[in-house]
Design a protein around this ligand. Structure first.
Ligand SMILES: Cc1ncc(COP(=O)(O)O)c(CNc2csc(C(=O)O)c2)c1O
Length: 459
């Protein structure tokens, strides 16, 4: 079982880690290394390193560990003959799906499909999920412009596509938002707008980026201002949809901009956004790669919005271990095979793992646990913000489970100190400290975290 709390025995990195990092660097770029881990000694919410240090992990592999390290239920799923076969007999799913693939989908990924969406295209990572969702959007739009799925490509379409020219390679776009993060492959990278370091030296599409509302906090003191910011953002979206020289086929948005600084918007904003996409016959893609699978106190963060028509596609990855996009409209299946295709088209082994994760989430009621513990944690940090007003600014994420963030005046130093006080925390954007605990994060873990946060701001 888990330790009672963090255990710090050496500075981090300690002597063993330093030695191992030096050795690793001879064969692997360690410049982005945060800490060297020992996963044989990591358990539940706690990550261990080779020097015997054990930290409460509220970063959880960039928000991708759902039910803890060395979770016994996942270990059991990992050791089944079904998993072994999925690993060693990996199918080219598009060509040779296993006889029970429908069953695996129906008992796993599709059991948590967002309301109104009953299909899934599986992929390998979050960027891949967004890339393939974008391609589905472009094919859908061009099919509409041609007059329907039954209308054949013209000779001009065919010839020009081989020259990377319109109309075969159409002059269309995906509309995303300033500070968004949707991945680092080519299409997804053109919709990512959070940091130059992600984009420098890489060719990009000239696609539109809309203003994302930037809230002033506390929310209750800035209602009118924040509503105005949301209205202006929606007006910007409508302007871009109707006038951008590369007409958008879809709008992609994160429920909370999770790399751009944990930027929030209200359910009314997202309802307004959905209405605009309907009004202008543009698809609505919700990127739940980081917010999805329970972290905000709902299984999908967009469940907080009470939309009257579901998104056209919802992309997922991280905590799901597998990736892909959910959809419901059969027109989003391209009109011919081999248009949306690649060797593996997802990963049955990861689909089995996600099924085990979903079972664990249901067995322990982890989504409502996250909502409750999140409220407790939020109010605890609220008290700290009152006590140390110079240290904790713009606390945000109330009612969003444990998906909480605040700005720190010396954020990088804050994160560095955190390890010394036994917690592993991540940053987002320029100044945000973001919390990404696992779904098994309980009240007593929140108490440990709150104690560490106070020690950090006091140090
Ligand atoms: C909202 C959202 N959408 C798409 C992605 C891309 O997923 P991956 O391709 O990294 O699996 C991510 C990945 N998150 C992420 C955090 S740091 C990072 C990086 O590449 O630096 C990537 C995401 O948060």
């Amino acid at each position: 079982g888990e330790p009672a709390g963090p255990r710090i025995k050496t500075e981090i990195p300690g002597p063993e880690s330093k030695k191992a990092i030096k050795d690793l660097d001879t064969v692997f770029d360690t410049r982005s290394l945060n800490m060297l881990a020992d996963y044989t000694k990591s358990i539940g919410n706690y990550i261990a390193d080779p020097d015997g240090n054990v930290l409460l992990d509220v970063y959880a592999q960039i928000a991708s560990i759902p039910v803890g390290y060395n979770n016994p239920a996942l270990l059991k799923a990992a050791q089944t003959p079904e998993m072994a076969s999925a690993l060693i007999n990996r199918p080219a799913l598009g060509n040779f799906p296993s006889h029970d693939w429908a069953e695996v989908l129906r008992t796993g990924i599709l059991t948590v499909a967002p309301k109104g969406l009953d299909q899934v295209f599986t992929a390998m990572a979050g960027s891949d999920a967004n890339e393939t969702a974008y391609k589905a959007a472009f094919m859908w739009r061009r099919q509409q412009e041609r007059g329907g799925a039954h209308v054949e490509f013209t000779q001009e379409d065919i010839a020009s596509s081989m020259l990377n020219q319109a109309p075969g390679a159409p002059q269309l776009s995906i509309l995303s938002f300033k500070s968004a993060f949707h991945g680092r492959l080519f299409g997804s990278l053109s919709t990512t707008r959070s940091k130059p370091i992600h984009k420098l030296d890489i060719p990009a599409f000239d696609w539109p980026q809309a203003t994302f509302p930037l809230f002033k906090y506390p929310l209750e003191d800035h209602v009118a201002e924040n509503q105005k910011a949301e209205a202006e953002a929606l007006a910007d979206v409508e302007r871009l949809i109707t006038t951008h020289h590369l007409p958008p086929c879809a709008v992609v948005v994160e429920p909370i901009q999770s790399e751009g600084g944990d930027n929030h918007a209200s359910p009314a904003f997202f309802q307004g956004l959905r209405a605009l996409t309907k009004k202008h016959n543009v698809l609505f893609i919700v990127d739940e790669v980081q917010t999805g699978v329970g972290a905000t106190g709902k299984f999908w963060a967009h469940d907080h919005w009470n939309l009257d028509t579901p998104p056209d596609m919802v992309t997922f990855s991280k905590k799901a271990q597998t990736a892909g996009y959910y959809f419901g409209n059969p027109e989003l299946r391209p009109n011919k095979p081999y248009r949306q295709f690649n060797t593996w088209m997802g990963d049955p082994a990861r689909a089995l793992l996600f099924r085990a994760i979903i079972k664990e989430i249901e067995r322990l009621d982890l989504v409502s646990n996250t909502a409750k513990v999140g409220d407790y944690l939020f109010s605890g940090i609220e008290s700290l913000a009152k006590k140390y007003p110079g240290e904790i600014h713009n606390l945000r994420g109330k009612g969003q489970g444990t998906f909480i963030a605040f700005d720190s005046p010396r954020r990088d130093e804050f994160l560095k100190k955190a390890k010394g006080f036994g917690v592993n925390i991540g940053g987002s954007g320029e100044k945000a400290v973001r919390l990404r605990p696992m779904l098994i994060f309980q009240k007593h873990h929140a108490d440990i975290l709150l104690e560490a946060l106070e020690k950090i701001v006091k140090s």
